[in-house]
Design a protein around this ligand. Structure first.
Ligand SMILES: Nc1nc2c(ncn2[C@@H]2O[C@H](COP(=O)(O)OP(=O)(O)OP(=O)(O)O)[C@@H](O)[C@H]2O)c(=O)[nH]1
Length: 116
């Protein structure tokens, strides 16, 4: 498992991790509504990679504890998740601060890649 930084300067190196990747977890700040369009762009660009054609994608709609955070449905809409075709994907509301939703998301990933 690799934990890859999301800041702009590191994004060009993401592709070096794609080979043999079974699942991608993208953690999105649900309270940072101004930058969700960037997360959308980066997500769609990433899944276009041939090396990730078989990979399942879990989106954590994080920071649900923050007042004004978007619901997972709203984050899903902002990220255009329904346009992801031929792909196992799931969005999970969570808070890394309280722990809410973390195991639910990880259980989904385990169910996806378990037995592979
Ligand atoms: N309130 C709240 N704050 C959070 C939550 N998750 C992370 N944070 C805060 O958000 C800030 C950034 O968290 P990081 O864990 O550094 O974010 P990151 O995505 O790993 O950052 P990069 O690896 O640099 O992309 C820190 O101040 C965290 O404490 C959350 O669920 N709720």
């Amino acid at each position: 498992m690799w934990d890859i930084g999301g800041q702009e300067s590191l994004r060009t190196s993401w592709k070096t991790y794609y080979t043999n990747t079974k699942a991608v977890i993208m953690v999105v700040d649900s309270s940072d509504t101004d930058r969700l369009h960037i997360a959308k762009r980066e997500l769609h660009q990433m899944v276009e990679s041939e090396s990730l054609s078989e990979a399942s994608v879990l989106i954590f709609a994080n920071k649900q504890d923050v007042k004004g955070a978007l619901s997972s449905a709203k984050v899903s809409e902002a990220l255009g998740l329904t346009t992801l075709k031929d792909r196992q994907w799931h969005i999970q509301a969570c808070s890394a601060l309280t722990g809410d939703g973390l195991y639910d998301g990880l259980d989904w990933i385990v169910a996806q890649i378990g037995g592979q």
